[in-house]
Design a protein around this ligand. Structure first.
Ligand SMILES: Cc1cc2nc3c(=O)[nH]c(=O)nc-3n(C[C@H](O)[C@H](O)[C@H](O)COP(=O)(O)O)c2cc1C
Length: 311
């Protein structure tokens, strides 16, 4: 059995009374989800400066306890703290638990004889109500992303000559739980090969000759993927020839494809239009986006999630 450290965790396994948050089947599962969601913005303003991912439950008690009540019913009680604020926790039947108790470290709180807390009173403060609404919205988004991820298989296939696109592709794959395939040229590009200022460089010869560029291996089970995220550096305002070669050699009919790229400044432009001719029947490019090399995982995941949802 997985061990938790919040007060009352041993009995925090009651069933939800609301179906609003699919996938949240017990307070313990809610706690696991909230670990991804609690943040400085959902923390009480007076403690916000001290909030950190190492102490995620800090300042989250009332908004969390009322969210627990939404999902699992029961009542919310409060322990009077020095300074006059109440620390909120939940009571459901004969079960008492406190998802945010860890913020008090080793201190033992008394969970008996405390006054009941009411949302009308707590949410009279607009600031607190907003934090609660933010927590609810973030949990809904989390539940829907989890369900999508569980049912959707994503492949991130990418070509990268200098490593910039590779970093973005790997961050993206990790953020969405995608499998990775690196499109590696059979004959690796040397620095001289991609020196486009030299008219005789390999990259220019390939471009002008519209040459295919053989790559190592293949994605064997491409039919199993629901969404294919295809990444590359922008070369000559479009995708390098090796990307077209990759598309020609895989049957992507019926697939949803998202294109992503890095560049020296050009946008992704009409790259998708140009690649369409190499796609199978019914394959659809559902998005195309240029990313800065330092784009964070959250932004990348949000983009992929949007592609997964788009009609
Ligand atoms: C042959 C070649 C052509 C390029 N053409 C363009 C271009 O048209 N527009 C642009 O903004 N950057 C262009 N770049 C720059 C790359 O898109 C950019 O440096 C990219 O981030 C490199 O990614 P990588 O490290 O994954 O290969 C070109 C680079 C090379 C080598």
């Amino acid at each position: 059995m997985k061990q938790y450290r919040f007060f009352g965790w041993e009995l925090a396994d009651c069933a939800p009374v609301s179906g609003e948050y699919p996938g949240i089947g017990s307070p313990k599962q809610l706690y696991d989800a909230l670990l991804h969601i609690w943040c400085a913005e959902t923390c009480a303003p007076r403690m916000r400066e001290s909030w950190s991912p190492d102490n995620p439950t800090l300042g989250q008690c009332s908004v969390t306890a009322f969210l627990v009540q939404d999902i699992f019913g029961g009542r919310v009680f409060g322990i009077l703290r020095p300074g006059g604020n109440y620390h909120c926790y939940n009571v459901i039947g004969d079960r008492k638990f406190d998802l945010t108790s860890e913020q008090f470290g080793g201190e033992t709180l008394c969970y008996d004889g405390n006054p009941e807390q009411f949302r009308e009173v707590h949410f009279a403060k607009a600031e607190k109500r907003q934090r609660y609404e933010q927590l609810c919205a973030a949990l809904k988004a989390y539940c829907s992303a989890q369900r999508k991820e569980a049912s959707m298989r994503i492949l991130t296939a990418y070509f990268s000559a200098g490593g910039v696109t590779k970093l973005v592709a790997q961050r993206l794959a990790k953020a969405v739980g995608a499998e990775e395939f690196e499109i590696v040229p059979q004959e690796p590009y040397t620095e001289a090969d991609i020196k486009w200022v030299n008219p005789l460089a390999r990259c220019n010869r390939e471009k002008i000759g519209k040459k295919d560029v053989p790559f190592v291996g293949a994605v064997e089970n491409i039919r199993d993927y629901d969404l294919i995220l295809l990444g590359f550096p922008i070369w000559y305002y479009g995708a390098p020839n090796i990307v077209a070669t990759f598309l020609k050699q895989h049957d992507l009919s019926g697939k949803r494809i998202g294109l992503f790229a890095t560049s020296g400044g050009s946008d992704i432009g009409k790259t998708g239009e140009k690649l369409k001719q190499f796609l199978g029947e019914g394959a659809e490019i559902v998005g195309a986006k240029l990313f800065a090399p330092d784009t964070d995982a959250e932004t990348l995941a949000a983009w992929a999630e949007m592609l997964g949802k788009s009609e």
